[in-house]
Design a protein around this ligand. Structure first.
Ligand code: C2E
Ligand code: MG
Ligand code: MG
Ligand code: MG
Length: 287
């Protein structure tokens, strides 16, 4: 804050910051309550083949996405609270809740014969700071539910790779050794060098929605996405196009040979039961 702008200016900004700090404190308080009172819920969004063939036999892949059923504000998306949870050190507890919910739900589906599905789960960068305890938690949870690790895909964002100390490499290879699949989320928006992909054992790239949106208007984006897909395939990775909303975008994504799409054009994230009935039941009837 520049004092040369005058004293009033300074006070204005300063009280603004106070309000912000106060709002944050209240949000944090509410998040603690939310954990205690089970106000969180996981929604599921299908990840399908580009031609939607999966629709017929039942969806095989989906991403679990966190929602907060706020008593006054209704359904609140993660973008509004994840960063606060992360800053305040609540993310560990929240991530554990997400893990437990996911494992319980997926094992329920497995027991109903849907034993070829895979659910993706997001991680927060700070989870990687505890030397990998969170991986022990996952291993423990799937063992308890007798769930194979390949039923779970762990999504990490590019910026986790940015901080490549050795521990992160270790944690990723540990996940792989244990049989979890690993995806890089929001690929392209960070600064990760492509050489990471070669060094690390990754199964899937998820190309960020911003690139997909530009495909229809911008030739550079087409070239870029094409290059990413080619390189990924070369390294033996599959590619998901995130945030496909229109038929035109789907055509582009087909042209550049992405393997899967996730987007409103096929489905929005929906609550567990709705997901099960709408997208999985095609499978369940066979068994
Ligand atoms: P993400 O992992 O990249 O998830 C994809 C986001 O794109 C989701 O937003 C999804 O609803 C949205 N999306 C999917 N298709 C479309 C589309 O066609 N158009 C548009 N406009 N959006 C689409 P959401 O659910 O709000 O989640 C936002 C972010 O919050 C996620 O981005 C992820 O980084 C984070 N997040 C979500 N759940 C969790 C969680 O359980 N743990 C952690 N640590 N982070 C989470
Ligand atoms: Mg994700
Ligand atoms: Mg693997
Ligand atoms: Mg993403």
């Amino acid at each position: 804050v520049s004092k040369s702008r005058g004293r009033n200016c300074y006070q204005f900004f300063s009280s603004d910051m106070q309000v912000e700090a106060q709002q944050k404190r209240r949000l944090l308080e509410e998040l603690r309550t939310a954990l205690e009172e089970e106000q969180f819920e996981l929604y599921y969004q299908p990840i399908t083949s580009l031609k939607f063939e999966t629709e017929e036999g039942g969806v095989k892949k989906a991403e679990a996405l966190l929602r907060w059923n706020h008593p006054q504000r209704g359904v609140v998306g993660p973008e509004e609270f994840i960063h606060v949870a992360e800053e305040a050190g609540l993310i560990r507890e929240l991530s554990q809740w997400v893990m437990q919910q996911t494992v319980a739900t997926v094992s329920q589906w497995y027991k109903q014969g849907l034993d070829d599905i895979q659910i993706s789960v997001n991680t927060s960068p700070s989870q990687f700071n505890d030397g990998g305890k969170w991986i022990d938690d996952w291993i423990h949870a799937i063992a308890l539910h007798e769930l194979p690790a390949h039923s779970i895909m762990i999504e990490i964002t590019e910026n986790v790779l940015m901080t490549t100390d050795d521990s992160i490499k270790d944690q990723l290879s540990r996940l792989q050794q244990r049989g979890f699949d690993v995806a890089i989320d929001d690929f392209g928006v960070g600064y990760s060098s492509l050489s990471y992909l070669q060094q690390l054992d990754i199964d899937l790239l998820k190309i960020d929605r911003s690139f997909i949106q530009h495909l229809t208007t911008d030739n550079d984006s087409v070239a870029l996405v094409k290059a990413i897909v080619t390189m990924a395939h070369h390294l033996g990775l599959k590619v998901v196009a995130e945030g496909v909303e229109t038929e035109q975008q789907r055509q582009h994504v087909l042209n550049v040979a992405c393997d899967y799409l996730q987007g409103y054009i096929f489905a929005k994230p929906v609550p567990k039961d709705e997901f099960y009935h709408r997208y999985l039941l095609g499978n369940a009837e066979i068994t």
